[in-house]
Design a protein around this ligand. Structure first.
Ligand SMILES: [Zn+2]
Length: 559
């Protein structure tokens, strides 16, 4: 549509005969009208209409207000019975890896051993000799009965292709015999610190399952993908983000290489989701030398800060607890290699703070969270108050006293509501009911005054904020066994869940003055949902779909 500018001769109120000024009022490029707009703005949470010019919101109000800004070239979206909300901010994804997963083997849907093996056999048939089979995101809890896969299952169908497929939480992989051979792993290989090599209790031979730090023994043998493949993966991830209304995401990258991929997409106008990139905390020295305070970049692409790990995951029994696992009294979790020795994390966080960098640290078990808060508290107390917005990724199992501590220290809980309805199927067997009471404890965190930023941890969970919102407000586990909600006292309201996916995500990236709300002057990032989720029964939220996604005033879905 062409733009047209209206020129008004305005007359000052008292002197009708003299032109006081010549005012140029540009019409809106885009207007959303005649429906419900949840703005996320505490001062005015609801509106009927919005006008956009360029990449910014220029007016929010009634349809009557906004109609005055409609010119011949304004694109008008009639909201009708739909609902417009601020664009979703997914505060924790592994975005590029997710893109690779979309383009590679899918084991998440495998519900049995036969299905799992068949999918790997089919993939091997597509590949040339020597090519790796990677990703997969399998979930052995879905097998009946749940059992960890082993290399014996797949060796016969993958004689010429090394396999390294990961559990969906990224804390375990299954390697076939060829991959173990390339990595030099035998019955005599000791587990590295912070990792585990599962061995057959009868033969002592490795089963192919490698946990946490042990995964690296195999993954370092895998040749890196060429740049073109990374671009394709990123484009696939961007498409999925737009389909699901994700207009910004925080990419928890495992290296610094993602930046060049996003940069290329930014330059060619293809970056349709704003990226806030975290790089591994091992890079702290390099960042300090650059004197690069975070966030650094532009509205579409920023370096956000540094990401570290304290422990593993619940599903892999590597999340670090004070007490042993209920189903395995010999195990209470593992420190991640970032914590070995324990003083290393403190040194790095101290260095990050001195350099003005934000940190985001993964902590799942109650002990992992407590240890991390000890470090945060020590550094903050020594260095004094500053607007840090440090984050704990997952903050999954917390002692009540640590929630109060988080609030006091201003630490953001970066949580993934979908995990609650996914892990809620089996978490109680692993850690017992007492610890489950303060697991994914979103209500308690809010009540204690902790800010919640929500995300998916995609590919661990679907890149789908509506699924996360549904999880946060219903806590209905995916197996249908908790219709009233799993630990229902931890449910939060729809409005609180929406804030976690919008305004709080923006705050987490120091951008609360430019995004996360539908407000004049803010970036024009919205999502139009096909129904007003405030008006449907709460369990029906899961049926809502994204109708339109707009980033910086541009419709990116459908396109
Ligand atoms: Zn993650």
């Amino acid at each position: 549509m062409k733009k047209r500018t209206w020129i008004f001769l305005a007359f000052s109120a008292g002197t009708l005969f003299l032109p006081a000024c010549i005012k140029v009022r540009a019409m809106a490029d885009l207007a959303l009208l005649g429906g419900s707009v949840w703005t996320g703005d505490g001062g005015r949470p609801w509106a009927e209409a919005v006008a956009v010019r360029g990449d910014r919101i220029v007016a929010v109000g009634t349809s009557k207000d906004i109609r005055r800004l409609i010119g011949r070239e304004t694109m008008v979206i009639d909201l009708g019975k739909t609902l417009a909300v601020p664009g979703f901010i997914d505060s924790h994804t592994h975005f590029l890896d997710g893109g690779f997963a979309l383009l590679s083997i899918r084991l998440r849907e495998a519900k049995s051993r036969d299905d799992f093996v068949a999918r790997i056999r089919d993939k091997a048939a597509e590949l040339a000799k020597g090519e790796w089979i990677l990703n997969g995101d399998w979930d052995h809890q879905q097998f009946d009965p749940p059992e960890l896969p082993s290399r014996d299952w797949i060796d016969a169908v993958t004689p010429e292709n090394p396999v390294c497929v990961n559990r969906h939480d990224g804390h375990m992989v299954l390697a076939n015999s060829l991959a173990l051979k390339l990595a030099g792993i035998t019955a005599r290989t000791p587990a590295p610190a912070g990792g585990e090599i599962l061995k057959d209790p009868r033969t002592g031979e490795p089963t192919g399952i490698l946990k946490d730090a042990a995964m690296e023994l195999v993954t370092r043998q895998i040749p890196g993908p060429p740049f073109g493949a990374k671009l394709k993966a990123a484009e696939a991830a961007l498409r999925l983000a737009s389909e699901n209304g994700v207009t910004s995401t925080h990419d928890m990258a495992y290296g610094t290489g993602n930046l060049t991929v996003y940069r290329e997409l930014l330059d060619s106008g293809k970056l349709t989701c704003r990226i806030f990139l975290y790089v591994p905390i091992v890079e702290v020295e390099a960042f300090s030398r650059l004197s690069l305070k975070t966030p650094f970049g532009n509205d579409f692409l920023k370096i956000g800060g540094l990401k570290g790990f304290v422990d593993g995951s619940l599903g892999s029994a590597t999340a670090l607890f004070f007490e042993p696992y209920t189903d395995n009294p010999n195990v209470s979790g593992l420190f991640h290699p970032d914590m070995i020795p324990e003083s290393l994390m403190e040194q790095r966080i101290r260095a990050a703070d001195a350099a003005g960098l934000q940190v985001a640290v993964h902590a799942i078990g109650d002990r992992a969270n407590a240890v991390l808060l000890d470090i945060f508290e020590k550094v903050i107390t020594q260095n004094g108050p500053r607007d840090r917005r440090w984050r704990i990724e997952h903050a999954q199992h917390l002692r009540l006293e640590d929630m109060g501590r988080m609030a006091r220290l201003g630490i953001i809980a970066s949580v993934q509501p979908y995990h609650a309805i996914d892990d809620g199927r089996w978490a109680e067997q692993k850690i017992g009911p007492e610890r489950c009471r303060t697991t994914y404890a979103f209500r308690s965190l809010l009540d204690k005054g902790v800010r919640l930023a929500a995300g998916s941890d995609w590919t661990v969970a679907p890149l789908d904020p509506l699924a996360g919102i549904y999880a946060a407000v219903t806590r209905r586990t995916t197996d249908g066994k908790h219709p009233e909600g799993w630990y229902p006292e931890q449910k939060i309201s729809l409005e609180e869940a929406l804030h976690a996916y919008t305004t709080n995500g923006a705050y987490t990236e120091f951008a609360e003055m430019s995004k996360g709300m539908i407000k004049e002057g803010f970036l024009a990032d919205f999502v139009v949902l096909d129904r007003n989720i405030f008006e449907v029964p709460i369990e029906k939220i899961v049926e809502a779909r994204v109708k339109t996604t707009i980033v910086g005033g541009r419709i990116v879905f459908p396109n």
